[in-house]
Design a protein around this ligand. Structure first.
Ligand SMILES: Nc1ncnc2c1ncn2[C@@H]1O[C@H](COP(=O)(O)OP(=O)(O)O)[C@@H](O)[C@H]1O
Ligand SMILES: [Mg+2]
Length: 264
């Protein structure tokens, strides 16, 4: 056991002009955990993950991975240190097959231009990693198909495979279930559980609270940029402050009613 948490977020604030998107947030992620990061729309969840990966800069505060400071490092350096972010919007390269898209990610940061990317995906080792990752997310049978013909559920799995190909120590997922129907969402949530059970530490932003409650071992709740909850899912969801934040929007009611068709 390391004496450091895998990730330590310390008093992080992110401002966009006058708007404070993340406000003095602190939390730890422990090795092996599956942590849910939840909160109403606009709470600052995506911005929090982006500040961890370096897509946006923290205005204040520190982020440590296994005790090593990340703030000030480029995204590429943070990825090399073990971070990977699976994005909310799925944007594969359309002229590459599913396998080539994942192999490209396995090749890491060497490849920025699409031209160099194309020469790169012929690397046998990277293609092998790509295939492994497609198997992990259950879409290896479509390895040689093009992204343009795939439904959203497959593209979401492709995005997971792409992010996994970076072989992260910490896997950050931003609303992987968004846009899926409840049985697709359940299937993808099960895939995320398998990835976690294979030893991956995961931080999951997710709107679908029934899946969050089923999957996560601990929840952090953001509202208006501030952390308003941190603990066991059931206890956190019973907290009046958390309930009030959700009742401001209608997320709680929506995600519970999504449960119903499941048993039909
Ligand atoms: N790049 C940006 N520039 C300006 N404002 C932003 C930017 N990204 C996010 N915001 C604002 O920050 C707040 C938090 O957004 P976000 O982190 O996307 O919330 P969530 O992911 O919880 O829905 C919102 O008010 C959003 O409009
Ligand atoms: Mg978001």
């Amino acid at each position: 056991m390391s004496r450091h948490p895998l990730l330590k977020v310390e008093n992080v604030t992110v401002r966009f002009g006058v708007l404070t998107a993340v406000n003095q947030v602190s939390f730890d992620v422990h090795q092996g955990e599956l942590l849910g990061l939840i909160g109403p729309n606009g709470a600052g969840k995506t911005t929090m993950l982006r500040a961890i990966t370096g897509v946006v800069n923290a205005t204040e505060g520190e982020v440590y991975l296994s005790g090593a400071p990340l703030v000030g490092l480029t995204i590429e350096r943070r990825i090399r240190q073990g971070l990977s972010l699976s994005q909310q919007l799925v944007k594969p390269l359309r002229n590459l097959s599913l396998l080539e898209n994942v192999a490209l990610a396995a090749g890491g940061q060497k490849t920025v231009s699409p031209l160099r990317a194309l020469s790169h995906v012929s690397n046998a080792n990277e293609l092998a990693i790509g295939m492994q990752m497609l198997e992990k997310v259950g879409i290896a049978d479509r390895a040689h198909q093009m992204p343009g013909t795939q439904p959203l559920g497959i593209l979401k799995r492709l995005e997971l495979a792409r992010a996994l190909a970076l072989k992260p120590q910490l896997f950050l997922l931003d609303e992987p279930l968004a846009g899926l129907n409840s049985s697709e969402a359940r299937g993808l949530a099960n895939t995320i559980t398998e990835i976690h059970q294979s030893g991956m530490t995961v931080v999951l932003i997710e709107h679908n609270l029934s899946e969050v409650m089923r999957l996560c071992q601990r929840l952090i709740v953001l509202d208006n940029g501030k952390k308003i909850g941190d603990g066991m899912p059931r206890e956190v969801m019973q907290d009046p402050v958390v309930r009030a934040a959700y009742l401001g929007g209608d997320t709680l009611a929506t995600s519970q009613s999504q449960e119903e068709p499941e048993h039909a």
